[in-house]
Structure formats: structure tokens, C-alpha cells
Design a protein around this ligand. Structure first.
Ligand code: GLA
Ligand code: ZN
Length: 715
């Protein structure tokens, strides 16, 4: 039997939490620590005892233990069962389920249920529903239809979380909490109701202090929008014309605060009642959202994300696209999500839900290919995950997600990936603590800025310009260097990176510009693109030649800027970036150098001969301005050459479609080589290496089967 004892699980978790920089919880201290047998990874499933006949619970727990499962995440949608009417709680069923799991040594992560309030609640308090961006009230009946500001909903959410915490704080199976479920999901992640409007006004009062400041900051003299009372301030709902850009940007910030403080109220209760448990929340794993995920995760113990790579494939197909999602291949999009997850708190992260079979609500995504679920698991580990839960244990035979396959089919037979998952669990446990606790180190960073993302959404400039696409395409263009990438934001330290890539950094405060200036002056390489520094943090256009506050650092000014609709200009590269002439995509910034040198020029159209890409020596560092929007293929070449100029060397050259990351521990280094293609690949190795999974040694080259994984250590 592969199951582990509770003692083993807990002692392993101590190391795990230590690696995540977390305080040692009491439940772990009580059992002591035995490194010889410890497990250093959470390998779980999302489980719904509430949707499963009780007669099957024992069998579930037994099968889970046999499969090597260490934990479940449960109850996040079971509000109606836990509180059948206001203030009347029933946890007996949950207690029975947790007791059964505990007897099989399965640990429990409890979800608070505020993503799905029961009908009695919405009937009694109809005001709690969200209003979407069209001003439409959502109707109860689905999930995620509630307002984050509404005090009644906050109170009721805190109440149920409090009762759950009281009931299960001391249960030996419970190790931690997930608050709510996917704040960033839903048809409209932002609410525009009257409560949010009042909340926005109160938040603005604190932010600006006086209406005079607010009016000036937003430029409300335009279209006679001067506010003489805080109560006059609207939310950006349809109003005959576009909203004030400053107001619209502030509204995005307010909605992030509203969601984060909603979470914060439950967090405070859990901290107080369950000081020995970890607390997190989960989201769909993309940074490009209408809620700032950095804000959401700021106070939890570690980041948890949900990952459905195969579902993306269905989306792509539906959109009539092939190959590329957001300007990159799906494995690249997933890699970026993982890097973002790790970077938010600079800690190992947990995959709270991972696709394990066909997925979808109304339609099915393709069945993952043989080996793909294992590959996705290793991809998460490759980027620094400390655990993974598969969604879900069994497959519902009712409800809106009957098509979302778990490890068991509808008839409870094993799903096609069941044995593969069990095998992967076995392999991961065998890899041992040093590997599982190893670090991921990044030499380069992608700067992802929510303000710029939102401001561009408000006013794209070109109808095809999307910040998410640009950021993802740049991430994809950076990653073939395999140098490790962190996805960072305005609050992060820059100096630890050799290069910082910041595409379309459209909103740039003077303070951020100064931070970048110091970084470059100190020897860093800063690479940005068109639409750099166009707006201040109030979303006003900077009253300076572009790129505004960074003109000195970049050594250029933008002589003209051009959205491209027809007759795309061509770009010709100089010797440093040698390569075939490229076509400019949707945007061209026409650059005039002051101190920078020209790396590429426009070679056709009315700006022929003008600079398109430049590099400036500034202090000890360099600043590169990529003025032309390039096709991902050309971008990859250009960013690759620029990365090389910064002295960043590829760890290993691998063929396209093969991903490489490095994890380290002291002097030990493991290369994780992941083949995202169905066809076998061969990689060349300069020296002898041993695969940590199979123990096989390779010299000169190594063969990777389709969807295969190698964890190579030099011998
Ligand atoms: C999300 C949610 C889950 C479930 C799965 C599958 O990630 O968190 O509750 O809906 O997707 O749809
Ligand atoms: Zn609201």
C-alpha cells in the first residue's frame, strides 16, 4: 500500500511549510519530525462528499489512501447543507465525512462556501446580488453572483466561516483553509451595484482626501464632470459615452480592494480560531484579470491556483484559432501562470485544482493524451509547486458540471488517467525531500502591471491591442532562454534580475520610473516596448515627450506613434539583432534617439529610415526600446539576442515544444525537461546526467518520449 501514515504526512508538512517560509503549526509540532519517512508534498483531490451518497464515503477514503492521496479539499460549495436556514447549522454530515477521511489518514483542506450562497439567503436578502458592467442585476441560481462590498453578505459569509472554524479548528485531520472559490471567475468579476458605488466613494475619500484633488486627478472639467459632493460620483456603467479614464482605472483598484477585504474578513476569523492552520484562496491561474491577484493573496500563507490546460484547447478551437492562445502556445501560457503563482509571494504554491480528464460544462474538452496529466503535474513542480490536487475525485452525475471528469468516471470505474496519476504520486514521493524542497531561481523577470492592463482595456489605442496578449507573447519570447522567469509587479525588487522585460508599460508613475532608473543605473537591463510611460497613475497623459519619465533612461523620445491598420511598415535589423526583415504588427512607435543607438529601423512606409528598436547605455546598465510590435517569431529572436547581451546564457538548448526549468538546492541542480509534444524528441547534453525518476544515465544525448519528462542531474 502506498498510503502514508498521518505522522509521516504531518512531519513532511513541517518541512514543506518551512520551505514556504511559514510558521510551524501546532498540529505539526505535536507529532514531531522524522525526516527519514517524511513526505514533502501535498498530493490530493478535490472531493465532494456533499454530492456523493454517504454509503460510498468509506470506499472513497479507502481508494484514496490506496492511490497515495495525502489530502482532499472539501465543502467549498456546501453552504446550503451546512446552514440550512439562517443561524441553524448542521455540520454532523461533514464531521462524519472528515472522520472517515481521517481514519484513512487523509488530511483535509476546508473551503469556506461564500462563492455559492443558498437560495434562502438570496431570497431573504435580495440586495446581495452583483450588478454587472451593463448595469444588469445577476439572478441567484448559479454561483459567483454576489457583491463583494455588501455588508450583509460579508456578515453572512463571516458567520458561516466562523461556525466552520469553531467546529473544525481542533479536528486532527484539518490542516488548512481555502477562502471562497475563484474570486476572479464569473461572467463579470467586478460588481457595479449601489453598495459598491458607496464603497467606491468612501475609498476615494480616503485616497484623495479632498474633492478638489480628485477633480484635478481625473480631469473632471472635461464634459462637465466636476464633482461637488462625494455622493455624486458614479461607477463606470453605461452613460451615453465612455467613462472618465481616471475614474474607470480607480474603479478597478477599488474592486480589487473590495474583494481582498471581503476575503480579509474571513481570514481574520480563521487566523483567530485556527492559528495552527494554513489559509489560502484559489483562482484561475492567469494574472490578466479584472481583480488584482497580488492584492487578493497579500495576506494568505501561500498562493493556490487552478489549472486546466486541456480546457484552453477547447476554447481555442471554439474561437477558430489553432496553436496560439494569447500570443503563445498553451504550455507557455500555463508556464507563465505557474511563474506568476510562485512570484506573487515568492514562495512555493499549491495547485488547488488540476485537470484530470475531459473537462467542460456544456461541452467536453479533449481527453488528455496518455502522459499529459503526468506532464502537467511535473510542469507545476518544475515551476515551484509544493503540491497538487486533482479536480475532482469522482464525476458528478448531476448539476452544471456533469461533464467535468474526475479520477473516477460516472459509474465509479477508474478514469483513463487514474493509474497515471497514481504512478505520478508514487514517483514524486520517491524523489525525496531535497528535490521537492529545492528552489526555483530566476535571472529574468516579466513585469506585469495591472494598472497598464486595465488602462489599455479602457482605451486600447488599437482595437487589437490587449495587454494580456502582449505580456504572454513576451513571456513566450523570453522563455526559450530557459533562464528562469519571475512574473513581478510594481512592488517587487528589480535588482535581483539581470533583465527585466516590461512590454507596454502604459501607466507609469514617477516613483516607478525612478525605481527603473535606479535599476538600470546600477547595471540592470530594462527592456520595454511601444506605449511606454504614456500615462500617469491618475490615467492622465503625461505632459512630456514620450516615454515621459523614462526618456532619459531609454535615450529616446517618441517622435510619432502609429496604430497600424493597412500597409504595415517593415522593420530592418542592424548587425546586433541580425535577422530577416520583419513586418510590424499593430503598432509602431517612431523613435528619435538622444543617446541610444539604433538596433533596427523602419524600412518602408512614411517613417522609413526612422528608428524602431534602440538600446541605451545608462549608468552601468542598458535600456532597450522595442518600438515596433513584432510577430512572436521575430520577437523571440530579438528578445533572445537581447537576453544574451545581458550575459544570460541558456542552460541547455532544447528543441521547440520542449520546456526546461531548473531547480536547485545548495550545490545540487536538477534540469526538468518536459516534452509538450506527442512525438518523441531528442536533446543533447554536454556531460553525463542521471534521471532522478528512473535512475537511468545519459551521455551526449537523451531521448524524451511524447509527453515525457526527465529530471536530470549531472553525474
Ligand atoms: C473551477 C472551479 C471549480 C470547478 C472547476 C471546473 O476552477 O474552482 O469549482 O468549477 O473550475 O469547472
Ligand atoms: Zn456590489
Amino acid at each position: 500500500m502506498i498510503g502514508i501514515s498521518r505522522r509521516e504526512f504531518l512531519s513532511g508538512s513541517v518541512a514543506l511549510l518551512g520551505a514556504a517560509g511559514m510558521k510551524m503549526p501546532l498540529w505539526a509540532r505535536l507529532v514531531g519530525r522524522d525526516t527519514a519517512t517524511s513526505q514533502h508534498i501535498l498530493l490530493g483531490v478535490d472531493y465532494y462528499p456533499d454530492q456523493t451518497p454517504e454509503s460510498l464515503w468509506e470506499e472513497d477514503a479507502r481508494m484514496m489512501a490506496e492511490a497515495g492521496i495525502t489530502n482532499v479539499r472539501i465543502a467549498e460549495f456546501a453552504w446550503a447543507l451546512m446552514e440550512p436556514s439562517e443561524g441553524k447549522y448542521d455540520f454532523a454530515w461533514l464531521q462524519r465525512s472528515i472522520d472517515i477521511l481521517h481514519r484513512s489518514k487523509i488530511a483535509v483542506i476546508l473551503g469556506t462556501p461564500s462563492a455559492a450562497p443558498p437560495p434562502w439567503l438570496s431570497a431573504k436578502y435580495p440586495d446581495i446580488v452583483e450588478v454587472d458592467e451593463h448595469g444588469e442585476k445577476l439572478r441567484p441560481g448559479g454561483r459567483r453572483f454576489t457583491c463583494p462590498t455588501n455588508a450583509t453578505y460579508r456578515r453572512l459569509s463571516v458567520n458561516i466561516a466562523t461556525e466552520m472554524a469553531r467546529r473544525f479548528a481542533e479536528h486532527p485531520a484539518v490542516i488548512g483553509w481555502q477562502i471562497d472559490n475563484e474570486f476572479t471567475l464569473g461572467s463579470s468579476p467586478r460588481c457595479y451595484c449601489d453598495f459598491c458605488r458607496a464603497g467606491f466613494q468612501a475609498w476615494l475619500r480616503v485616497k484623495y482626501g479632498t474633492l478638489e484633488k480628485l477633480n484635478e486627478s481625473w480631469g473632471t472639467v472635461f464634459w462637465s464632470q466636476h464633482y461637488s459632493d462625494w455622493a455624486q460620483i458614479p461607477v463606470p456603467l453605461p452613460s451615453g459615452a465612455d467613462p472618465n479614464p481616471g475614474l474607470a482605472l480607480d474603479y478597478g483598484r477599488y474592486q480589487s480592494v473590495a474583494n481582498a477585504t471581503f476575503l480579509g474578513e474571513q481570514l481574520s476569523v480563521l487566523r483567530k480560531l485556527c492559528p495552527h492552520h494554513f489559509v489560502t484562496t484559489n483562482n484561475v491561474g492567469a494574472p490578466y484579470d479584472e481583480i488584482d491577484e497580488r492584492e487578493l493573496y497579500a495576506k494568505v500563507d501561500f498562493v493556490a491556483f487552478d489549472n486546466y490546460p486541456g480546457f484552453f484547447e477547447m476554447l481555442l478551437h471554439q474561437q477558430g484559432k489553432t496553436g496560439s492562445l494569447l500570443g503563445a502556445e498553451i504550455p507557455t501560457v500555463v508556464a507563465m501562470q505557474h511563474d506568476f503563482a510562485r512570484s506573487i509571494l515568492r514562495k512555493p504554491f499549491l495547485i488547488m485544482e488540476e485537470q484530470s480528464g475531459k473537462a467542460g460544462q456544456r461541452t467536453f474538452s479533449p481527453q488528455p493524451e496518455k502522459g499529459q496529466v503526468r506532464l502537467w503535474t511535473y510542469q507545476a513542480i518544475a515551476h515551484g509547486a509544493m503540491g497538487i490536487n486533482f479536480f475532482r475525485w469522482d464525476t458528478a452525475t448531476f448539476g452544471a458540471e456533469e461533464y467535468w471528469h474526475g479520477m473516477l468516471n460516472h459509474d465509479r470505474s477508474k478514469s483513463p488517467a487514474f493509474d497515471e496519476i497514481v504512478q505520478t504520486f508514487r514517483e514524486l514521493k520517491a524523489l525525496g525531500p531535497e528535490f521537492l524542497n529545492s528552489e526555483y531561481e530566476a535571472e529574468t523577470a516579466l513585469y506585469f502591471d495591472y494598472d497598464s492592463a486595465w488602462a489599455i482595456k479602457i482605451q486600447p489605442g488599437h482595437y487589437s491591442l490587449r495587454y494580456a496578449d502582449q505580456a504572454t507573447a513576451w513571456y513566450g519570447a523570453m522563455s526559450p532562454g530557459h533562464t528562469g522567469i519571475d512574473v513581478i509587479g510594481p512592488r517587487d525588487e528589480l535588482s535581483r534580475y539581470k533583465t527585466v522585460f516590461a512590454p507596454v508599460l502604459y501607466v507609469l508613475s514617477e516613483e516607478q520610473a525612478e525605481k527603473i532608473r535606479q535599476y538600470v543605473r546600477g547595471g540592470g537591463m530594462f527592456v520595454s516596448s511601444f506605449r511606454l510611460g504614456v500615462k500617469t497613475e491618475s490615467s492622465q497623459i503625461v505632459r512630456k515627450p514620450l516615454p515621459g519619465y523614462l526618456a532619459d533612461v531609454m535615450g529616446v523620445t517618441v517622435e510619432d506613434y502609429a496604430p497600424i491598420y493597412a500597409q504595415a511598415p517593415h522593420v530592418q535589423f542592424g548587425s546586433e539583432l541580425a535577422g530577416p526583415e520583419a513586418e510590424c504588427g499593430i503598432w509602431a512607435d517612431i523613435l528619435k534617439t538622444s543617446s541610444a543607438s539604433v538596433l533596427a529601423s523602419y524600412s518602408s512606409g512614411s517613417h522609413a529610415g526612422k528608428a524602431a528598436i534602440t538600446m541605451n547605455q545608462f549608468g552601468k546598465g542598458k535600456a532597450v526600446y522595442v518600438g515596433a510590435d513584432l510577430h512572436p517569431r521575430d520577437l523571440a529572436r530579438v528578445l533572445g539576442q537581447i537576453t544574451a547581451m545581458a550575459g544570460v546564457k541558456p542552460v541547455l538548448n532544447v528543441p521547440p515544444g520542449v520546456e526546461l526549468t531548473v531547480r536547485m538546492s545548495g550545490s545540487r541542480r536538477w534540469l526538468l525537461v518536459l516534452n509538450h509534444q506527442g512525438e518523441a524528441q531528442s536533446i543533447s547534453l554536454p556531460t553525463g546526467h542521471k534521471d532522478a525518476i528512473t535512475g537511468k544515465t545519459y551521455s551526449g544525448s537523451a531521448d524524451l518520449p511524447g509527453y515525457g519528462v526527465l529530471i536530470l542531474e549531472k553525474v
